[in-house]
Design a protein around this ligand. Sequence first.
Ligand code: PXL
Length: 279
Amino acid sequence: MKRIVSIQDISCLGKCSLTVALPIISAMGVETCVVPTAVLSTHTGGFSGFTFHDLTQEIQPISDHWQKEGIAFDAIYTGYLGSFEQIQLVGQFFDRFGGGDTLVYADPAMADNGVLYTGFTPEFAREMGKLCGKADVIVPNLTEAAFMLGEEYVGEEYDEAYVHGLLRRLTGLGCRTAILTGISYQPDQIGAVAYDAQTDTFASYFNEKLPVRFHGTGDVFASACVGALMNDQDLTGALKIAVDYTLESIRATMADPKANWYGVNFETAIPMLVHSLGR
Ligand code: PXL
């Protein structure tokens, strides 16, 4: 069995970060270890008055212990990080546990729809860009990509040439592969486009675009995608599994009269995800 470690916060309620990564990656047959970087009562997208307990001081002791125990990981998956110091410590974690066959996979979860999440600055985004440069694979959306590169966010108006250029610039940060999520060239289609700088090849996969927007879909996509890569899917196969699963989670949310506003029903779509791995 393969083993991933996911480094991001735990939002106790809100269906994002670790409460999404743990069940999804585990369901895909991969051991999922965690380094919780903070405990929040909820995510920051739409709730007010949330609590935030910082766990920065735990990152180093946890990794010290694991190093003593001789633990190794098949992948390191980072998501939402709360401070410059956390970015620096996670970079050190890459130095310790990355290298060799370990896939370093970074989701710079910090922005959407042209705006940074509560508490983040353009300087923080540039620092996250440096961390992404140390990764093998990164999974930003268009907003995160623009902020990391210090470019203007283009909104909904872009074409394939722009996306391909952006992907090349993202790999210019230093990572081998960049995957852009939430790409839509046609009103009724949405998906992901990837670029592998080592082979100079693009991959893409699209499916139906529903006229809704939900919080947490980026985390659902990122978790399913790294889980698929750990199941030996190639880039195109991983994009397909992750896009289809995200769509199915959105469909399940729309079909549920008691759905929560703060996250998607990724839970009831898990059987479909496992099935898509050929199980
Ligand atoms: O979904 C990304 C995410 C993770 N963690 C926290 C967040 C968000 C997005 O808003 O607020 C705490």
